[in-house]
Design a protein around this ligand. Structure first.
Ligand code: DLL
Length: 435
């Protein structure tokens, strides 16, 4: 039996899980109240004392933490323990404002790596595997997180980091990598490069990929599975709550099991903060019940998704989260309509186009404009100008049917849209320049 398939936790009854969570939560709230002045003030403002939290059913009494709080408290305001007890930091890229720095004690790293190990085992990983980690290493959590998980499982671990795609493929072939971990957009790029090198999935030994850190669609999953000859598993996480491994996909590939023994999820209405029942769509909120360095309680992720307690064919009882549609702040409001880039991706891949696209939003004469630039595949590129313009109209219609608003579609030559080795940047919102 694999050490990192832990049925006593992963297949626990709801009652046992709640008991475990409650014990950890009660202790965590007390610790945070005693050690973290910033959060103590928030609790005092709300009139909540640690004694009021007796079980996970009382979670709703606690105040939320938002990204704004994290920025406010930067750099040390939410530190949960003496800095001397911390052994590592990681940080978000800070593209949407001041970066967030998270602190890890030795124990935090140990538990985080356990979570990543569970994810690798759920994707079929064993000590027989050769695991190529092509997430970035550094302040980003992807590389170090999966690296630690892979070593715990006992896989031979290749700390490649991202980039240098041909070298990735050479290593993959020479060392017979069986598992690859990277962002889905980078996996698509590796698949494209493999083809360009005149190779097919039969020329490599990969069997599984563990992809996350950005939203990706089912259509993208099929594309990657085909181009690399693998099963593609989703993995979710965020720096604020440790990193990858907060949730992971199993053989059922129908959503990700949340490591509930460490992270207690809630779904809330993003406008009112009201807690929604399991099964309703809303903003995901996490409470870290055993983190020491950066113990966030009721952290609002801004990720929009749905939870499910439906029985899973893999036997795990850990609650599942659906693929997040994207962050509430990734959502574009165009002519009053809510648009997620992932909806456009679904249409493109369904219509046989490449996953290489850019979305440009602007405002002209007070009207929002939506331009979608999509690369033609090399075989589509030989088309006549007339043929291309007919295709653009067809694709614009398909997107209109999905979104309810009409875009201008521009089919562009192969290789003209920048490839991503990490998280793909798919949207340029020029309206911000006018505001
Ligand atoms: O992206 C951690 C990670 C690394 C997850 C490697 C998975 C694999 P951040 O850079 O802090 O951390 O970004 C976190 O990325 O709030 C989501 O919006 C998004 N995200 C992460 N995983 C997924 C996923 C890492 N599987 C933010 N599907 C999160 C959709 C995801 N979005």
């Amino acid at each position: 039996m694999q050490k990192y398939f832990q049925p006593e936790i992963e297949c626990a009854s709801l009652e046992d899980m709640k008991k475990l969570q409650s014990e950890k939560l009660v202790a965590q709230v007390k610790r945070v109240y005693d050690n973290v002045e910033y959060y103590r003030n928030l609790m005092d403002e709300k009139g909540v004392k640690p004694e009021d939290i007796k079980s996970v059913d009382d979670l709703h009494k606690l105040p939320f933490l938002s990204k704004a709080d994290l920025r406010d408290a930067y750099p040390y305001g939410l530190l949960g323990t003496d800095l001397r007890n911390c052994v590592r930091i990681h940080s978000t890229s800070g593209t949407t404002g001041k970066r967030v720095v998270a602190y890890y004690t030795k124990n935090d790293i140990d538990l985080w790596e356990d979570c990543c190990a569970r994810a690798i085992v759920a994707a079929g990983g064993t000590e027989e595997d050769i695991c190529q980690v092509a997430y970035g290493y550094g302040l980003f959590t992807g590389g170090f997180g999966l690296n630690g998980g892979s070593q715990k499982v006992g896989c031979l671990t290749l700390p490649m980091s991202s980039g240098n795609t041909e070298r990735q493929i050479e290593f993959m072939r020479d060392l017979h990598s069986t598992i690859i971990c990277c962002t889905p957009s980078y996996a698509a790029y590796i698949g494209e490069t493999l083809k360009e090198m005149g190779l097919t999935p039969d020329d490599i030994d990969l069997k599984a990929g563990i992809f996350g850190a950005e939203p990706w669609t089912e259509e993208m999953r099929h594309d990657i599975e085909k181009s690399l000859g693998i099963k593609a598993y989703d993995i979710y996480g965020l720096t604020e709550s440790t990193g990858p491994g907060v949730a992971f996909e199993c053989s059922a590939q129908t959503g990700m099991h949340i490591n509930e023994d460490h992270f207690v999820p809630e779904i809330i209405n993003p406008d009112t903060g009201e807690v929604l029942p399991v099964g309703e769509k809303g903003e995901l909120v996490f409470t870290n019940i055993d983190k020491e360095g950066f113990p966030l309680l009721r952290y609002r992720t801004r990720d929009i998704c749905v939870l499910s307690r439906e029985k899973c064919s893999c036997g795990r009882t850990l609650i599942k989260m659906a693929k997040p549609m994207g962050r509430s702040d990734d959502m574009l409001i165009i002519r009053g309509v809510n648009v997620f880039p992932s909806q456009i991706e679904t249409v493109l891949l369904n219509e046989g186009y490449s996953p290489n696209y850019m979305i440009e939003v602007d405002r002209k004469n007070n009207v929002d404009t939506l331009d979608v630039f999509v690369e033609l595949n090399p075989e589509q590129f030989t088309d006549t100008v007339k043929g291309v313009s007919a295709k653009e109209k067809e694709l614009a219609l398909a997107i209109t049917q999905m979104l309810g608003i009409r875009p201008s579609v521009h089919l562009v030559a192969p290789k003209t849209i920048a490839r991503s080795e990490g998280k793909a940047v798919r949207v340029v919102d020029k309206r911000k320049l006018h505001d």
